[in-house]
Design a protein around this ligand. Structure first.
Ligand code: MN
Length: 294
């Protein structure tokens, strides 16, 4: 696998420069080599300083976000779609300026519970917006990955199969899928099969438990997940994602419906997650070696 990472919301809601710098230090201290930030409003932060700090700690930065309703590129009115494209272009440039390598999340629609079916025109608008953003991202040296999420957080891409169809429609081979065990547990009949279906078009992977708390406390069958990641020879980043009301912000926490504290202290959570992922990966490798024996 690539780098093991952690979502910054384990450490901070991300409202202050100091909070983000502290999150970088904490991630490095726990041995994580990549950190995921939620969308940063570039005017509020010293991106250059964050870039230097990340570099000095050898922590890679990735950014994920979801579009707001009034900038939904899967809408059917031109003004909303254009606003969304501008936001995506700005986000790509912010990732570049913070020294990051990746923009992921719900880039193809609003991050919200829709009260309507997606439309064909909306799908086409979204495909076109992502294809245009991919061109901007390529020039900026940023990878685009699209997170497939559950039905309560988008109406467009809920399964890997839908995500792959969407990628095909963009006609781009430099956009990949961003899968997440929490979402797959809700939508996929067989999450491990979904990983195998994505294959080399999987660009980023979130490890989250079914209640978004401690790994191993929920119903996700991580053995099958890691077997599948080995089967597709997944070499890109794996990032631990967990949310609790212990750390909140006004955007992401509300969109993700974080109403309870699944944990209150982040240091033991971060330490446990790293150990859990490394152990599950090691066990999967041993199973593979045993099965390969004649
Ligand atoms: Mn996720």
């Amino acid at each position: 696998m690539g780098r093991l990472g952690i979502h910054s919301f384990v450490w901070t809601g991300g409202q202050t420069q100091q909070g983000l710098e502290n999150a970088l230090e904490k991630s490095a201290e726990h041995g994580y080599r990549t950190i995921e930030f939620a969308y940063l409003r570039p005017e509020l932060f010293d991106l250059d300083r964050l870039a230097k700090k990340a570099q000095s700690l050898d922590v890679q930065i990735g950014v994920t976000m979801g579009l707001p309703r009034d900038k939904d590129v899967s809408a059917t009115d031109a003004q909303t779609v254009e606003g969304g494209k501008r936001m995506l272009a700005d986000a790509v440039h912010a990732v570049r300026d913070i020294g990051g390598n990746k923009l992921g999340g719900i880039l193809y629609s609003a991050h919200t519970k829709y009260d309507r079916q997606p439309t064909e025109d909306g799908w086409k608008n979204s495909v076109e917006a992502i294809a245009e953003t991919a061109e901007i991202a390529r020039a900026a040296g940023v990878d685009l990955v699209l997170e497939v999420v559950n039905r309560f957080e988008t109406n467009l891409l809920n399964t890997t199969a839908q995500g792959l169809k969407f990628l095909d429609d963009t006609g781009r081979d430099d956009v990949r899928l961003h899968l997440d065990t929490f979402h797959m547990n809700i939508e996929e009949a067989n999450p491990a099969a979904a990983i195998r279906l994505a294959g080399d078009r999987l660009g980023y992977f979130h490890i989250g438990e079914s209640n978004r708390g401690y790994l191993g406390d929920g119903v996700i069958d991580f053995d099958r997940i890691f077997d599948a990641l080995l089967d597709i020879d997944y070499q890109r980043d794996i990032v631990f994602e967990s949310f609790s009301t212990a750390v909140v912000d006004e955007g992401l926490s509300l969109a993700c419906a974080i109403w309870r504290d699944t944990w209150t202290e982040n240091d033991p959570l971060a330490a446990h997650a790293k150990g859990f992922i490394e152990q599950k990966m090691a066990e999967a490798k041993r199973r593979r070696a045993t099965n390969a024996r004649p």
